[in-house]
Design a protein around this ligand. Sequence first.
Ligand SMILES: Nc1nc2c(c(=O)[nH]1)N[C@H]1C(S)=C(S)[C@@H](COP(=O)(O)OP(=O)(O)OC[C@H]3O[C@@H](n4cnc5c(N)ncnc54)[C@H](O)[C@@H]3O)O[C@H]1N2
Ligand code: MOO
Length: 397
Amino acid sequence: MVMKPFAQFISLAEAQSAVQQVLPVPEREWVAPEQAYGRRLAESLAARTAHPSATESALDGIAARLEDTRMASEQSPVTLRGVGESRAGEAYSGEVGPGECVRIYTGAPLPSGADAICPVERLEFGAEGEVRLLAPARREDVRPLGDDFVAGDELLPAGVRLTPARVALAVAGGHAALPVRRRWRVVLLSTGDEVRAPGTPLNPGEVYDSNRYGLRGLLHECGAEVLDLGHAPDSVNDLAARLDAAGGADLLLTSGGVSMGRYDFMRDLLMERGEVTFWKVRLKPGGPTLLGRWNGLSVLGLPGNPVSSLVVFELLVRPALTGEELRTVRLRAAAPFAAAGDKVAFWRGELRGGEVAPYPKQSSGVLRSLSDARVLVRVDPGQQVQAGDELDVLLLD
Ligand SMILES: Nc1nc2c(c(=O)[nH]1)N[C@H]1C(S)=C(S)[C@@H](COP(=O)(O)OP(=O)(O)OC[C@H]3O[C@@H](n4cnc5c(N)ncnc54)[C@H](O)[C@@H]3O)O[C@H]1N2
Ligand code: MOO
């Protein structure tokens, strides 16, 4: 049979852009604020109202005319006449005249005539509404109308992740429904005859399906809707049937069966009966990663090695799902890092007092070092990293 041509040994940037093209910006849907946590905003959000909605007091105390209170001190208090009260939700409707004051509470509208606040800790209340000020009132304790924002101000740009503070901001700005990007629907499938469900008896050579649980969690973190297709044995026909069942999803993520082995059936299936966009990336770990299509469904074949599958997710899938760049910082190396031939390497790193050192075991089968590592250290082909050199470091959490 004649195989269609596909890209091989591509760069990390090329692989990232190919995966990104599979997941363009999704449609918009509206959700209530309590459904919006962790979602991505589909369009920028403007305030519908001002916050605060009136000029108000920042403290519990009295509102007065600053002029009248300037000379107040503990030794020589200034006495004002209390003429009423302004509560949050129930403003004082009159005017505060010279020598007068109004009891006021945090968030209550400042009555007209008053321009400053004296807190209750600096007051003494006498008979018949007399109020003695032991310190001058302060303009700084007045919160001007719209101090936070006014109607029409942009509150949030399109694409941001809705943290609790951002949801609170949107509600403060008058929104009862938020436009968010539809969740990506991602189907997950592990492959391999040796792969077993958690907790079942294990024969030598068999392995628990840890990749599925790592990948599921990563998809969850990225806000994707996960459809778990379980586990497929090493059989092209079985795999084909499962891939058929994944129609309607935005992406199918598989683990295993993409390298050079005789039983690497994911690779065979897509090459012989589907389409391959690229196979093999100049990357370590994650070299054998494959992107293809099956009846219109995009399929990203992650390598089966436990570290490789999770690292490739971080590098290719997370940015495409979230629309965010990789989170990198510059750190100094505490020890030398090796390059990986013509591949760009992402080594698991250990933080040591603000510097980063390689974990001793970097094999793609050693999951413990990935579980410990909070960072991945990027080393480009030919880069000779010595202790003290600055490095690009990818943050994992
Ligand atoms: N001759 C060559 N052999 C290999 C090459 C190569 O270039 N030439 N590449 C190596 C690299 S790099 C990787 S990565 C692996 C990728 O292999 P596959 O994607 O084909 O994965 P499998 O062979 O199916 O499994 C590899 C390894 O991972 C374990 N595994 C598989 N699935 C799971 C799972 N769901 N949970 C946990 N562990 C899993 C599996 O038991 C194997 O130990 O190929 C190298 N070989
Ligand atoms: O690239 Mo493989 O992913 O090192 O083990």
